[in-house]
Write a protein that binds this ligand. Structure first.
Ligand code: SF4
Length: 363
C-alpha cells in the first residue's frame, strides 16, 4: 500500500473516511464511553456476534457487572448465565478470567499497552487494537471481518483474505490515522458494516470509491475471494431427560474445555454408526454418569446450527433404574425441578428442551 499511495493520497483517504464517519457513523452505546472495561466488554461480545444482538446483552452485563472488580468477584455460573444465548461461551469464560488477572496483576486497571493487554485471556491483536484505540486513542490497527473485506477490495486482493493476513495487517497499519486513531478504526468498521457489505456493496455512496481497485475494476462482488469450504459436519445426538420418582430431572455441568464448557445440559452424546437412539442414550449415560436408565417416550427433536457444525438432538424421557450418579465425564450433577432450572446457564439448543418440557407440563 505504501508503494501504491503517495502521502497526499493517504491523507485524502483518511480525511474522506473521517468526514464520511462524522456524518454517517453509527451511534452505538460503547462509543459514548472511554471506559476501557466497557469498551473491552463490547469488543468481546462483538466477536462473532452482530451489533443488534449484542446491544441488550451489553446493557444487561454492565448493569450486573458495572466494573472489572465486580466481574472478577462474580461466580463463573453467574457469568455464564449472563452470557447465555450469545454463543461461543469461551468468550465469557475468558472475560471472567481476564478480569481476575486485571485485578490481581494490574491493580484493577486495564493495561494501556499492547504487550500487556495481549497477555489477557481472550484478547487477540484485533481486540487489543479495538480497546487501545477506542479507550486510549492509541494508533493500534485492527483487522476484523469487516476491515478485512474493505481492505481486500481496496487493493483487489487476488487471494482469500485469510491467506494474506500479513499483507492486510500492513495495509491496516499504513492506513490508520495517527492523529485520529479512535475515529479511524471505528470509521473503517462502519464502512464495512454499512456500505462495503458482503453482498451488493453501496459503492456509489462510498468515500473510498476513487481509491478502490475492486470498484475501479468492477469486481467488488467477486472480492474478497472465497476460501474453498469443507462441508459442515452434522452430528446426531441422543439426549436424556432422566426423571426420578419425585419428578426431578438430572442435569450435568460440562467439563471446562470446549465450545460449551462450564454450561449445564441434559446428558447424552453422539450416536455411533449402526446404533439406535435408545442404545446410544443408555450407553452415553452409563459412560458419562455411571447409571442405568430405561429410555421411554420421545420428547422433541431439535436441529441447531453452529458456524462449523450442525447438530440434531433426539431427546427422550428416561427413567432412573439403578446406580448413584457420578461425575465421570462432567463437573457436577444436580436433580432439579422445572421451576429451579432457570438458575442454570444452558446452551441455546438445550433451552428449547426446557421450553418443550414447560409446554408438556402445561398441556
Ligand atoms: S468502493 Fe465499494 S467495494 Fe470499494 S470500499 Fe467502497 S463500498 Fe467497498
Amino acid at each position: 500500500m505504501d508503494a501504491v499511495l503517495t502521502s497526499s493520497q493517504l491523507q485524502k483517504l483518511r480525511r474522506s473516511l473521517l468526514s464520511w464517519y462524522a456524518q454517517q457513523g453509527r451511534n452505538l452505546p460503547w462509543r459514548n464511553t472511554r471506559d476501557p472495561y466497557q469498551i473491552w466488554v463490547s469488543e468481546i461480545m462483538l466477536q462473532q456476534t452482530q451489533v443488534k444482538t449484542v446491544i441488550p446483552y451489553y446493557q444487561r452485563w454492565l448493569a450486573q457487572f458495572p466494573t472489572v472488580a465486580d466481574l472478577a468477584q462474580a461466580d463463573q455460573q453467574q457469568v455464564l448465565k449472563a452470557w447465555e444465548g450469545l454463543g461461543y461461551y469461551a468468550r465469557g469464560r475468558n472475560l471472567h478470567k481476564a478480569a481476575q488477572k486485571v485485578v490481581k496483576d494490574y491493580n484493577g486497571q486495564i493495561p494501556d499497552n499492547l504487550a500487556a493487554i495481549l497477555t489477557l485471556p481472550g484478547i487477540g491483536r484485533t481486540t487489543a487494537g479495538g480497546i487501545l484505540s477506542a479507550a486510549f486513542n492509541q494508533p493500534v490497527s485492527i483487522l476484523d471481518g469487516n476491515v478485512k473485506r474493505v481492505l481486500a477490495r481496496i487493493v483487489a486482493l487476488p487471494t482469500p483474505p485469510n491467506k494474506a493476513l500479513t499483507q492486510l495487517w500492513q495495509i491496516s497499519d499504513t492506513l490508520i490515522d495517527p492523529e485520529h486513531p479512535r475515529d479511524f478504526n471505528q470509521a473503517i468498521m462502519d464502512l464495512g458494516a454499512t456500505l462495503c457489505t458482503p453482498k451488493n456493496p453501496s459503492c456509489l455512496l462510498c468515500p473510498w470509491r476513487n481509491f478502490c481497485q475492486a470498484y475501479q475494476q468492477n469486481r467488488q462482488t467477486q472480492i474478497p475471494m472465497k476460501e474453498a469450504s469443507n462441508p459442515i459436519p452434522h452430528k446426531k445426538i441422543g439426549v436424556a431427560v432422566i426423571r426420578d420418582e419425585n419428578g426431578k430431572m438430572l442435569i450435568d455441568r460440562r467439563l471446562e474445555e470446549g465450545l460449551l464448557g462450564g454450561l449445564w445440559e441434559f446428558p447424552g452424546g453422539k450416536i455411533e454408526p449402526g446404533e439406535t437412539i435408545q442404545d446410544c442414550i443408555k450407553r452415553e449415560i452409563k459412560e458419562e454418569i455411571g447409571i442405568d436408565i430405561a429410555v421411554e417416550d420421545h420428547l422433541i427433536t431439535i436441529d441447531h446450527a453452529y458456524t462449523h457444525l450442525k447438530i440434531t438432538l433426539n431427546v427422550y424421557f428416561c427413567r432412573h433404574l439403578a446406580g448413584e450418579p457420578q461425575t465421570i465425564e462432567c463437573q457436577e450433577i444436580r436433580w432439579v425441578t422445572l421451576d429451579e432450572i432457570d438458575k442454570f446457564p444452558f446452551p441455546k439448543a438445550n433451552t428449547r428442551i426446557i421450553e418443550a418440557l414447560r409446554e408438556q407440563a402445561v398441556g
